[in-house]
Structures are given as structure tokens and as C-alpha cells.
Design a protein around this ligand. Structure first.
Ligand code: 6PG
Length: 233
């Protein structure tokens, strides 16, 4: 269920090793990347030590969510991924399926839905990602499913427009049913600031937070956490 690592460097090593193994299990490996800050050290590790180990021709990158900003905006999850990973690897352009944050959110959510449908595998009538990477917000959100928008967990849609509860920033996000349809779902949670919320999700389990409703229908759920975030586990 969860693995505790000494620090983010050790976590990045083991995540990268396991990701490499997992990527060999599918001829076409579809991964939905998480955003925010946590993935930065993961992407740096992959770019530094694994870029020639992955067969990028077989790997398709999607995003679990994106902020509705241009790709060169500091807030862009694609922009962050480009800086820390894409600029350092050779991956076919058509394997990179970014959410176009600069577009109208509703139109983009619809377009991205079609892009997923035409590229992903399906199971239970829904797209089935080989891996969905997720972060955990201090309020218990994941992807861009926030505590005041719980309807996105069971939405019939593949993608929806979300609104950040404090900044009002619009987001395009995968919905909970699509996330839960993945073969593997991996949360990456590090740092002292996440120790309380991680306890709520993994120990208290009051089933009130979006991250608590991430339960794979027929897949594997795991948490990669560092000691600082795991203090209360
Ligand atoms: C986003 C993410 C979001 C993130 C959490 C954790 O677009 O912000 O997808 O769900 O994973 O907010 O963010 P940090 O890694 O920055 O703590």
C-alpha cells in the first residue's frame, strides 16, 4: 500500500526503477503525469540516470491535470515537465499529449477527451491508463479534484473543468472514474507539509477527501512517501 523512503532522492530512485520495469509490461505504455512541484525531482532523476534506459518510442505521456495557462507559464504542468524532463529526452512528438492550457477550458476538456479516447486502451468502457501518477494537496485534493468539487470523482465524463478553490484558477482534470480505471495508480508524497494530510488519507480514512476516493477498480494503488511526510503513519 505505501512505501516509506528516507528522502526524495531515494524515493526517486525506487520510483524510477519500478517505472522502468512497468514500462516493459506494455507494448504501448500510457502514463498520466502529475503536476505541481513533487514530480520535479522525479523527472530530474529520470532525465539524469534513465533517459537512455526507457524506450520512449513506446511511451505515451499524458497529464492527469493541467492549469488553464499557456505552456510557457510558470504554473504550467506541461511547462514544468518540459523543463525537467522533455528537454532532456528524445521522445516522438506525437507521443506527448499535452492538455492545451491556453485554450478555452470547456473546449479543451472536450478535445483532450477525444485525444485520450483515440490513444488509450479501454476497460470497463473507460480509458485505462497503464499508470496514473498523482500528487496529494494539503487539502486532500489530487489531480485537480478539490474537496469542494467531489462530483468530479464520479463524473460520467473522462475530463472535466475544475476551479482551484482559493485562486479561482481553472484546470482541466481527469475524473475520478478514469483515474480509478488505471492499471496502476501511484501517489508521490514528500515533505513535512504533507504529514497531516497523509495521516488523514492513510490512517484516519474518514472518506471525506478526494484522495480517499482514489481506489483502483481493477488495478494497483501505491504510495511512495518520504520519512518527513510519513511522520504520523
Ligand atoms: C497540480 C497537481 C496537483 C498536485 C498537488 C500536490 O496540478 O497542482 O496535479 O494535484 O499534485 O497539488 O502538489 P505539490 O507536488 O506541489 O505538493
Amino acid at each position: 500500500m505505501y512505501s516509506i523512503y528516507k528522502d526524495s532522492l531515494e524515493l526517486a530512485f525506487y520510483f524510477s526503477e519500478n517505472l522502468l520495469k512497468l514500462s516493459h509490461e506494455s507494448e504501448k505504455f500510457n502514463i498520466a503525469l502529475s503536476g505541481g512541484n513533487t514530480p520535479k525531482f522525479i523527472f530530474q532523476k529520470i532525465a539524469a540516470d534513465y533517459k537512455n534506459k526507457f524506450d520512449w518510442n513506446r511511451i505515451h505521456l499524458f497529464w492527469g491535470d493541467e492549469r488553464c495557462v499557456p505552456p510557457d507559464d510558470d504554473e504550467s504542468n506541461f511547462g514544468m515537465t518540459k523543463k525537467y524532463l522533455l528537454n532532456q529526452i528524445t521522445i516522438p512528438e506525437h507521443n506527448v499529449h499535452r492538455i492545451k492550457g491556453e485554450k478555452d477550458p470547456v473546449t479543451e476538456a472536450e478535445r483532450y477527451t477525444e485525444e485520450i479516447k483515440s490513444n488509450a486502451k479501454f476497460k470497463n468502457g473507460l480509458p485505462r491508463f497503464d499508470l496514473v501518477m498523482l500528487g496529494l494537496g494539503e487539502d486532500g485534493h489530487t489531480a485537480s479534484i478539490f474537496p469542494n468539487q467531489m462530483s468530479l470523482i464520479n463524473s460520467e465524463k473522462i475530463c472535466e473543468v475544475a476551479v482551484h478553490p482559493s485562486s479561482g484558477q481553472k484546470r482541466v482534470t481527469l475524473t475520478g472514474r478514469v483515474i480509478n480505471n488505471a492499471s496502476v495508480i501511484t501517489f508521490l508524497v514528500t515533505g513535512d507539509s504533507k504529514k497531516e494530510i497523509l495521516k488523514k488519507v492513510l490512517v484516519d480514512k474518514n472518506k471525506t477527501l478526494p484522495a480517499e476516493f482514489i481506489q483502483p477498480v481493477s488495478g494497483e494503488l501505491n504510495f511512495y512517501v518520504d520519512e518527513a511526510a510519513a511522520e504520523y503513519l
